[in-house]
Design a protein around this ligand. Sequence first.
Ligand code: FES
Length: 96
Amino acid sequence: MRARVRFEPSGRTVDVETGTLLLDAARAAGLPVARACGASGLCARCALVIVDEAGGLVAASEDETRAKQRNRVSDALRLACKTTVEGDLVVTAEYW
Ligand code: FES
């Protein structure tokens, strides 16, 4: 099954297989994602804003929640290296 991810404010859109990491979807769109831990779920720099999740998202894992707490990142953000695309999404980051 495929899902569509639109990145704002550029409007770049990619269609990916469900289960694709949000980090990989952003890369496929040619957008940089901040990170300092090699996508191992430690730094929380890859946190992105989910603007619309009409297609649904899986709840954050304990590891993701702990990484956000440890790095004082809002629980409302999602770590791109720990979040999979499960349906259509609209996503943004402060630095795009
Ligand atoms: S890249 Fe470090 S937590 Fe995602």
